[in-house]
Design a protein. Structure first.
Length: 331
C-alpha cells in the first residue's frame, strides 16, 4: 500500500510504503566471508584482510594506485601478492565464491587473476582472462568455460564474481551471468597459498585490482549480481565493505543495519529481477537477493513495491502535491 499524508496537520508530505514483518521468513543460510581485502592501504608491502581472520597478503614487487574502483587499488604487473596459506581458505573441492574488481592496462594474452598452485597443473585453481573469463580447477584446461559472453577491454573496470556450488561453477561479470560449467576436478588443496596476479612466466595480470573477497560458500545468483549493481547505482556506489553488511541482514537474523548513512531493513516478498537495485520514491532502494528475500531502505510488506510505471506516477503525484502545498503556504 502506498499513501501520501500530512503530518501533524503541517505542510509535510511523506510518501511511504507501509509495512512490517522484518523477520517474517526464515533467513537464508549464512554466507561465510573468509577474507576481504579492500586495498585501501595505499602504501607498504602488506595487503590487510578486513575480517577477523587476518589472512594478510605480502606484496612481491606490487605497487599501489590511487585510481582504484573505490579509493586505492593494487597495481600489479610482473609481480604477485601472496595471500598467506590458511586453513580457512576454501579448497576447490568445496563450495566457494571469489569476487574482485579488475582493470587491465595492457593487452596480454593471459591474465592470471587468482590462483592456487599456479602453473600448468595438476592440482591448480585459477581464475584468469584471455579477453574472456576462464576458470579451471584441477588438471590444466579441464574445466574451461566455452560460452563466455563478455569480451574484456583494457582501461575499463570489471566486476567478476565466480561461485562453485557442488559441481556447478558460474562466473558473473558486471552483474550478469557470463559463463557456467561443471567441475569435478580437485584443484588447490585447502590451506594452499592463494595468489593474486601470479601465473607461469610472463602470464601475470598487468593492471589494477580492488575490493577482493573470498567466501567458503557459494553466494546466490541475486547476491552475486548485487555486488556490481550496488556499486554501479549512482546514489550508492557501495564497495564490498558496505555490501557485506546487507548480505548479513538476509543471512544472520539481524534485521537492520546502517550503511553509508542509510538505514537498511531485511524484508520479504520483494519482486523484480534478482540482484537488481530497485529505486523507490523518496530516494529509497530495495534489492531482491533471491526468492523475494532481500533488503530495503523502507520497511516493506510482501507485495508492497509498486510496478515501475506505478512508481513513476507516484513520483509525479508526490511532486505535484508538494507544489500544491508550497503554493498554499505562500498564498
Amino acid at each position: 500500500m502506498v499513501t501520501m499524508f500530512t503530518k501533524n496537520r503541517k505542510c509535510v508530505v511523506t510518501l511511504t510504503v507501509l509495512a512490517l514483518s522484518l523477520a517474517a521468513a526464515v533467513p537464508a543460510a549464512q554466507a561465510d566471508l573468509i577474507a576481504y581485502w579492500n586495498a585501501d592501504q595505499g602504501t607498504g608491502t602488506s595487503l590487510t584482510d578486513q575480517t577477523s581472520n587476518h589472512i594478510n597478503g605480502t606484496l612481491s614487487g606490487a605497487g599501489w594506485s590511487t585510481s582504484g574502483r573505490f579509493g586505492n587499488a593494487l597495481s600489479t604487473g610482473s609481480i604477485s601478492v601472496d595471500l598467506t596459506a590458511n586453513a580457512l581458505l576454501p579448497s576447490s573441492t568445496s563450495d566457494f565464491t571469489y569476487s574482485l574488481w579488475f582493470k587491465g592496462t595492457t593487452s596480454d594474452s593471459w591474465r592470471w587473476l587468482i590462483s592456487q598452485n599456479p602453473g600448468y597443473g595438476p592440482n591448480i585453481l585459477f581464475i584468469t582472462t584471455q579477453d574472456k573469463v576462464r576458470v579451471a580447477i584441477g588438471t590444466w584446461f579441464a574445466d574451461a568455460f566455452n560460452n563466455q559472453v563478455t569480451t574484456f577491454s583494457d582501461t575499463i573496470w570489471y566486476q567478476l564474481t565466480v561461485t562453485r556450488e557442488g559441481t556447478t561453477v558460474k562466473a558473473y561479470v558486471n552483474g550478469a551471468l557470463d559463463a557456467s560449467g561443471t567441475s569435478s576436478g580437485n584443484g588447490g588443496n585447502i590451506g594452499s597459498h592463494l595468489y593474486l596476479s601470479k601465473g607461469p612466466v610472463n602470464q601475470h595480470f598487468n593492471g589494477l585490482m580492488d575490493d577482493i573477497a573470498v567466501f567458503n560458500t557459494s553466494l546466490s545468483s541475486g547476491q552475486s549480481r548485487a555486488i556490481y549493481n550496488l556499486a554501479n547505482e549512482a546514489g550508492l556506489n557501495y564497495n564490498f565493505g558496505e555490501v557485506k553488511k546487507l548480505f548479513g541482514l538476509t543471512s544472520a537474523g539481524q534485521n537492520t543495519t546502517t550503511s553509508d548513512g542509510k538505514n537498511w531493513y531485511y524484508v520479504t516478498g520483494l519482486t523484480g529481477a534478482e540482484g537488481a537495485v530497485q529505486t523507490l520514491p523518496g530516494g529509497n532502494y530495495a534489492v531482491n537477493f533471491g526468492s523475494g528475500n532481500g533488503v530495503s531502505t523502507i520497511i516493506l510488506e510482501p507485495g508492497d513495491i509498486p510496478e515501475p510505471a506505478t512508481m513513476a506516477l507516484l513520483g509525479l503525484a508526490a511532486a505535484g502535491l508538494g507544489g500544491y502545498i508550497r503554493r498554499r503556504r505562500t498564498a
